[in-house]
Design a binder for this molecule. Structure first.
Ligand code: SF4
Length: 335
């Protein structure tokens, strides 16, 4: 049976942290066994926020690719490609921009939240919000349809973006005739991973992340400063592991988390020892990742070959799509 196509993407905003890894990437590593998988390095999207810092985006593209390969993305099963190397995506974005109103984009719950965050951050009532930023759901519709993406794995906060794509596809098909496939979303089973400070989200800008590339020293420093049950003062104080981030991460990497929980509740373990144990478990867990990453770092030609191969595959799909789209729109001159 022919495999369905999954399209997923990630903005090159920095190295992968535990939040990306447990929240997203481990899921992709599983899905690549069941679907024809395309992973987009969304550099054009990253430029919507970093248009004045292209060096940063460029550096992050390389770092992200190394992190993905080291996490277990397999070239035999998944194609990693760079968004800007597929010009058909930009072309489709222009065509689709006629099919969605500004009001509809502003009402998109994902965009609404991000605009509110930007207003809070920059305090200028949103005057710094660019046309490119507001339009990124349109470019996302172009990403998905260019590659003929049938299934899109998402977190619940991204469902409105997929709905927006589905609307654009329906509108396109109703005006120009049945051409594009309406994608489905697949709600990611994994949850959002909290930060070291207990914040609901782990993120670079929040300064609460553990990165997969962090050295043992960095991990030690970060875990030692993680939020614990603030009511526990002495080693034999009974505590509540459910409010402790150290316990939270033990649950991710420690097979014997039951002991941690019981001993914590009964005042049988101190926080320093508990943190040291977590540091060891994290280092052990990340060993395989780091070995693989070193291998790819030492073989840049291989990494380039993998990306070129993935991008070629994506390009072939996008060329087929744009041909169909232009035929339907009757702009297939001289072809
Ligand atoms: Fe957290 Fe461990 Fe201290 Fe309990 S003993 S509060 S789980 S660090």
């Amino acid at each position: 049976m022919e495999k369905k196509t999954i399209l997923t993407g990630i903005r090159p905003t920095g190295n992968l942290h535990l939040g990306h890894y447990f929240g997203t990437v481990t899921n992709w590593v599983k899905l690549q066994n069941e679907y024809e998988t395309f992973i987009e390095i969304a550099d054009v999207q990253a430029l919507t926020d970093n248009f004045n810092n292209p060096e940063k985006v460029r550096k992050n593209v390389r770092e992200l690719i190394l992190d993905l390969l080291a996490s277990g993305i397999d070239r035999e099963k998944a194609s990693i490609f760079i968004q800007s190397k597929i010009p058909q995506i930009a072309e489709l974005t222009v065509y689709y921009s006629n099919l969605v109103t500004i009001a509809r984009l502003e009402r998109n719950p994902t965009i609404k939240t991000e605009i509110a965050q930007k207003k809070e951050l920059f305090g200028n009532n949103g005057e710094s919000i660019t046309y490119g930023f507001l339009g990124y759901p349109v470019s996302q519709a172009a990403d998905i349809t260019a590659l003929d993406g049938e299934v899109i794995p998402v977190g619940d906060d991204q469902i409105p973006l997929i709905e927006q794509t589905r609307e654009i596809v329906r509108k396109f098909n109703s005006i120009y005739g049945e051409t594009l496939k309406e994608p489905e979303y697949m709600l990611s089973k994994t949850t959002r991973i909290k930060g070291l400070d207990g914040n609901e989200k782990m993120g670079k800008s929040l300064g609460n992340a553990i990165y997969l590339v962090d050295s043992e020293e960095e991990i030690t420093k970060k875990v030692m400063g993680a939020l614990t049950d603030t009511n526990k003062i002495k080693k034999d104080d009974k505590a509540n592991p459910d409010v402790c981030m150290v316990y939270y991460y033990h649950k991710l990497v420690n097979d014997d988390v039951k002991t941690v929980c019981e001993e914590c509740k009964n005042g049988l373990r101190g926080c320093v020892l508990c943190k040291k144990e977590l540091i060891n478990k994290l280092n052990e867990y990340l060993k395989e990742f780091k070995t693989r990453r070193k291998y790819y770092e030492d073989n840049p030609e291989l990494v380039e070959e993998i990306i070129k191969e993935g991008t070629e595959k994506a390009l072939t799909k996008a060329e087929e799509t744009i041909k169909k789209v232009k035929e339907s729109m009757k702009i297939n001159y001289f072809e």
